[in-house]
Design a protein around this ligand. Structure first.
Ligand code: CU
Length: 553
């Protein structure tokens, strides 16, 4: 499988005792190097971090500042994205190539510098340039602050697992926290452990109302924490843990099942134990996926509230889906009738610029780099999920949706049937959003909002646009800045505040936040766009100046 569903089981207690209450600075060094990796009897040379595949774990406590120095020793250009990290005012560290930074070129280095604010749980990091995240990824685990308990029973132990080769060994009568990350390039995955029920407690580093399930579904870019309660007594059997794809489109896919083994520790050594296998949903079981998605709810407790925007400033409607482009002269193209496959949002297929958007905006040199007029809805209505239009050509452009600071946004993402309906896991950088509603067919603005959940919708950074359907999300565009870490702000002191003020008068800060399908094949066809969120009035609502070592294009 293109990437592995990685499972880590964590004991946080040991690690927690190391940290002080105030945020610590934690430094890491990522050396990008080629390494021969053998998987399923094939050895190939891959681009890795520190010659490890998957890459090293990043572990931080909420409130910590991370300094991750990336040294590029390979011939490819490199960037790293910290998937799900909000990057409050630190957009320069977000990572998507040509959006927030130019790539780190061969022989160059860049220090990603950001503070983890108001987030805890399981996320991951991955390369964010061409298809390099195939081998450049690893877990990013945010531990709770000292003396802050989980809102669920305390887990017992930590065992990191590489899924396709690993045995998870457990003791009877204990609770384990499994941190699941779908780092696959192009596959949504079902996951199940034979004869065991899993309790979902977190999604995309946000606590959920706990619920039990035999099977999970995870889109690429999604993470989930589950509790696994081992059997009270030694069961005299082993259990298979399986993952295999959920497939909706017509494209080719890897339908292999990846399996690991759950074993119970026992004082007596026993051979030839029976092996139980889980029953996974069929490859196209959309009704399971829908039921599962509908069960996901934010915890919405006083300590971890769901701050769903109730009043909306901007209603947006984006179609997402496939399309075609004319084939270049003297080339062979794989699309229908000799065309080239394309993908778009509101029929705009994103054209990657040759300079970084954030820097071009910040230095007031955006003329000719991008247009600030991303359409708020499709230019022409059509029956989005019905018979597709005859003309399937997309338009091309580097267009941004501009939002004033603190705009509350409701965005409906509508799948289209052009070249076939398909589910698209859309990932938004810089924000979490609330999934207030979803359905099949065409979104109806008169009927559907009546059923929106504005009380405890799931909050996350990646959501599946259902195959042949729509999903509605809400978020508050409060980043580049957010008055959340007043302590940090005060400790900066009056001189620095003045310094920030004086800089702002010469530059125009903002956040540029990428939004794209997390199926790499669709992203490469242009299913992506970017938001430009303008600075607020207050000093702590503004993007910080670019770091001195920010790579140049
Ligand atoms: Cu997609």
């Amino acid at each position: 499988m293109g990437g592995f569903l990685r499972i880590l089981v964590a004991t946080t207690l040991l690690l927690l005792s190391v940290y002080s209450v105030a945020g610590t600075t934690r430094s890491y060094e990522f050396n990008i190097q080629l390494q021969n990796v053998t998987r399923l009897c094939h050895t190939r040379s891959m681009v890795t971090v520190n010659r490890k595949f998957p890459g090293p774990h990043i572990v931080a406590t909420e409130g910590d500042r991370l300094l991750i120095k990336v040294n590029n020793h390979v011939s490819n250009n490199i960037t790293i994205h910290w998937h799900g990290i909000r990057q409050l005012r630190s957009g320069w560290a977000d990572g998507p190539a040509y959006i927030t930074q130019c790539p780190i070129q061969t022989g160059q280095s860049y220090v990603y510098n950001y503070t983890v604010v108001g987030q805890r749980g399981t996320l991951f990091w991955h390369a964010h340039i061409s298809w390099l995240r195939a081998s450049l990824y690893g877990p990013l685990i945010i531990l709770l602050k000292l003396n802050v308990p989980y809102p669920f029973s305390k887990p017992y132990k930590e065992v990191p697992i590489i899924f396709d080769t690993f045995k998870l060994k457990v003791k009877p009568g204990k609770t384990y926290l499994l941190r699941l990350i779908n780092a696959a390039l192009n596959d949504e995955l079902f996951f199940s452990i034979a004869n065991h029920t899993l309790t979902v407690v977190e999604a995309d580093a946000i606590y959920t109302k706990p619920f039990d399930t035999e099977t999970l579904i995870l889109a690429p870019g999604q993470t989930t924490n589950v509790l696994l309660k081992s059997k009270p007594k030694f069961p005299g059997a082993n259990f298979v843990m399986s993952a295999r794809p959920y497939v909706t489109g017509q494209r080719t896919f890897d339908n292999s099942t990846v399996a690991g083994i759950l074993e119970y520790e026992s004082s007596i050594h026993m051979k030839n134990l029976p092996l139980f296998k889980p029953t996974l949903p069929s490859l196209n079981d959309t009704s399971f996926v829908t039921r599962f998605s509908n069960r996901l709810r934010s915890l919405a407790s006083p300590q971890f509230p769901a701050n769903v925007p109730q009043k909306i400033d901007k209603h947006l409607f984006f179609t997402v889906g496939l399309g075609t482009s004319p084939c270049e002269k003297n080339k062979t193209c794989q699309g229908p009738n000799g065309t080239r496959f394309a993908a778009s949002i509101n029929n705009v297929s994103f054209v990657q610029p040759s300079v970084a958007l954030l820097k071009s905006h910040y230095s007031d040199q955006s003329n000719g780099v991008y247009s600030p007029y991303f359409p708020i809805s499709p230019l022409h209505w059509f029956n989005y999920t019905g018979t597709p239009p005859n003309n399937t050509f997309v338009s091309n452009g580097t267009k941004l949706m501009v939002l004033p600071f603190n705009t509350s946004v409701e965005l409906v993402l509508q799948d289209t049937s052009i070249l076939g309906v398909e589910s698209h896991p859309l990932h938004l950088h810089g924000f979490n959003f609330f999934v207030v509603g979803q359905g099949f067919g065409n979104y109806d603005p008169n009927k559907d909002p009546k059923n929106f959940n504005l009380v405890d919708p799931i909050e996350r950074n990646t959501v599946r646009v259902p195959t042949g359907g729509w999903v509605a999300i809400r978020f508050l565009a409060d980043n580049p800045g957010l008055l959340i870490n007043a302590r940090l702000f005060l400790s900066v002191g009056i001189h620095k505040i003045y310094y920030v003020f004086s800089l702002i008068s010469f530059t125009c800060g903002a956040g540029v936040w990428f939004m794209h399908c997390h199926l790499e094949v669709h992203t490469s066809w242009g299913l992506k766009m970017a938001w430009l969120v303008l600075d607020g009035e207050l000093p702590n609502q503004k993007l910080l100046p670019p770091p001195a070592d920010l790579p140049k294009c």
